[in-house]
Design a protein around this ligand. Structure first.
Ligand SMILES: O=P([O-])(O)O[C@H]1O[C@H](COP(=O)(O)O)[C@@H](O)[C@H](O)[C@H]1O
Ligand SMILES: [Mg+2]
Length: 584
């Protein structure tokens, strides 16, 4: 895109939003202007996501209107029935989320697409649920999930309730590439569309519908009814949308001893009490741990702003034990398996889904019970897609889906990760363990003893701006091209390149085809089942490096981890010829 032309167009637009105009006038550096106007934001792992601000490469009312116009055209192309089925729209507590949701509703309605708009902020899984429940053609959620406060985003759902995958995103992007009149897209007022019946507002009824289905998540209803009040839970919504459904959902099930961390329950879009509202990061729990120590809570649950990620901290003798997403996932899976066995279900009828960057511990556990394991690329949309595929095939039944970045799904009435479902099951599992005089760390230990001590770590390297994007792509290409036979003392057994689709056996040079769609991901697998995977994030300007080790003891596994990380870090620094390493 000719950024100078675009910049001038925005600069000379007579009625440009006053705040954006002010911001535009303050930009002096040419590189900054270029970064904001060289392109439009594109679809990534979780829809369109970016920093708020002026420019085509930022989230603002103009880029939102353009995206909504593209979506309206896409729906109109499917015919009148699709337009009537329409779109359900939700939004979180972020800056401008509500404004963006209203603009999306207005632009869609102006094109004749029916809209159901949430009247207040809601969790992403509730919106995903409503797509199925209301049989709409699509769904839109305005959120940037766990990203910092200056981000926002536009997630799109298809009529199965899952986030759109490559095919639909590709078609939508094609339509969007022909739209460049973002500054002049017009629509009537929201109230006029509501009065005309083109936009419906959804409120309490949405919660009631969701909560009715949530009850299905419970594996042992009697347990929580009888003993739920014995488990003391502290919950933090991290200023986001989770409070209403989590408190109601858990209370209905019987978990009545639940306290909400008041200082993080105010919907503050600046996330002022935490630097990063991401339950993957320990500091997100600083305040809740402090409170749990003084109040004696046994379990801390925390959800990200749009409440699709769940973080768990166990309080054992007032000492916090932070679980990562892989650990929570394997604990939930082991509980689902135990309950299925107790209920005499034939587990070979079921499948689980996980991503290629998620630990293999869950896979080992599942395989012991003849559960099929389906692996997908990163992005919960691919896990949601597997449920659709299985239904179409009439093959296996979905038992569980999860990924390392704190995403879990139990019941497929939602087709995206759902922290409300996961919070309920986590509470139930904690209670079941408590009843058996077992701590969750002991439970985890038992799993490690049986299947091996799997450790996982994540490094991120930030690559901001247009130049950063190029540097990141160059680095990953270098890794792709360099014949890496060994990392530290470990021989590479297999190199999987998801961009070329090749699975290369290093010793013999033999290749097999990888079955997943093409994606810029490289995975090195070692002889002892440990692996390293590198890919660009699709939601933030950074490169992610995942490490996983497995050994017969915790000590062995962590020594391995340290050695493996150090070697890979210095390999990357050497390849890049400038040190780029920064740890999450
Ligand atoms: O950010 P969320 O919670 O919407 O989640 C989205 O992004 C995450 C991070 O993606 P990436 O590694 O590409 O940044 C993915 O793990 C997740 O599957 C996806 O739904
Ligand atoms: Mg989220």
């Amino acid at each position: 895109m000719d950024w100078v032309k675009k910049y001038n167009e925005w600069m000379h637009q007579p009625d440009l939003d006053a705040r954006l105009k002010k911001e535009l006038l303050l930009i002096e550096k040419e590189s900054e202007k270029e970064d904001r106007f060289y392109d439009y934001l594109a679809f990534g792992t979780g829809g369109i996501r970016g920093q708020l601000g002026v420019g085509t490469n930022r989230m603002n009312i103009y880029t939102i209107k353009r995206t909504a116009k593209g979506l309206a055209q896409f729906i109109a192309d499917q015919g009148v029935e699709a337009m009537k089925a329409g779109v359900v729209i939700g939004y979180d507590n972020r800056y401008q989320s509500r404004e963006f949701a209203e603009w999306t509703a207005r632009v869609l309605a102006s094109a004749g697409v029916h809209v159901s708009l949430m009247a207040r902020m809601c969790p992403t899984p509730e919106l995903a649920f409503l797509v199925r429940e209301l049989h709409t053609f699509a769904g839109v959620m305005i959120t940037a999930s766990h990203n910092p406060g200056d981000y926002n985003g536009f997630k799109v759902y298809g009529n199965d309730g899952g986030q759109i995958t490559l095919e639909m995103a590709g078609e939508l992007s094609k339509l969007l590439s022909a739209i460049d009149d973002e500054l002049t897209i017009k629509a009537d007022s929201l109230i006029s569309y509501i009065l005309a019946g083109d936009v419906d507002l959804l409120d309490e009824q949405a919660d009631a519908l969701y909560l009715k289905c949530l009850a299905e998540v419970s594996q042992n209803k009697e347990l929580a009814k009888q003993a739920g009040s014995q488990l003391s839970i502290l919950y933090t919504p991290l200023h986001g949308t989770g409070e209403a459904l989590i408190t109601k959902g858990l209370a209905h099930a019987g978990f009545t001893h639940l306290t909400v961390l008041a200082s993080q329950a105010d919907g503050d879009p600046g996330f002022s009490t935490t630097t990063f509202p991401n339950p993957e990061v320990r500091t997100a729990f600083d305040l809740s741990v402090e409170t749990a120590v003084s109040d004696g809570a046994e379990l801390i649950l925390g959800t990200d702003p749009d409440s699709d990620r769940l973080g768990v901290v166990l309080m054992e003798n007032k000492v916090p034990v932070y679980l990562n997403g892989n650990q929570v996932g394997v604990l939930l899976l082991s509980y689902l398996i135990e309950e299925a066995v107790r209920q005499r279900k034939d587990l070979s009828d079921y499948f689980i889904a996980k991503t290629i960057v998620t630990s293999d511990l869950g896979k080992k556990l599942a395989e012991k019970y003849q559960l099929e394991v389906r692996e997908t690329l990163t992005g919960f949309k691919y896990i949601g897609e597997q449920i659709k595929v299985a239904e179409k095939e009439g093959s296996k039944i979905f038992l569980f889906g999860y990924e390392e970045s704190n995403g879990y799904l139990i019941k497929p009435f939602v087709r995206d990760k759902d922290a409300i479902q996961a919070a309920l099951l986590m509470a139930e599992l904690s209670l079941a363990c408590k009843q058996n005089d077992l701590t969750l760390t002991q439970k985890l230990e038992q799993i490690y003893e049986e299947f091996g001590f799997f450790l996982e770590e994540l490094d991120t390297i930030e690559f901001p701006g247009k130049i950063g994007l190029q540097k990141m792509s160059d680095l990953i290409s270098l890794i792709r091209q360099t014949p890496i036979m060994e990392i530290g003392h470990k021989k590479v057994l297999i190199k999987e390149d998801y961009l070329t689709g090749d699975k290369l056996f290093m010793a013999t040079g033999r290749t097999e085809r990888l079955e997943l769609p093409k994606s810029d991901v490289i995975k090195f697998v070692f002889q002892d089942d440990s692996w390293i995977c590198i890919r660009p994030s699709g939601t933030e300007p950074k490169c992610k490096i995942y490490y996983s080790t497995c050994a017969g003891s915790y000590e062995e596994s962590s020594t391995d981890m340290l050695a493996m990380k150090q070697s890979f870090q210095s390999l990357i620094n050497d390849l890049n010829r400038e040190p780029v390493y920064q740890t999450l």
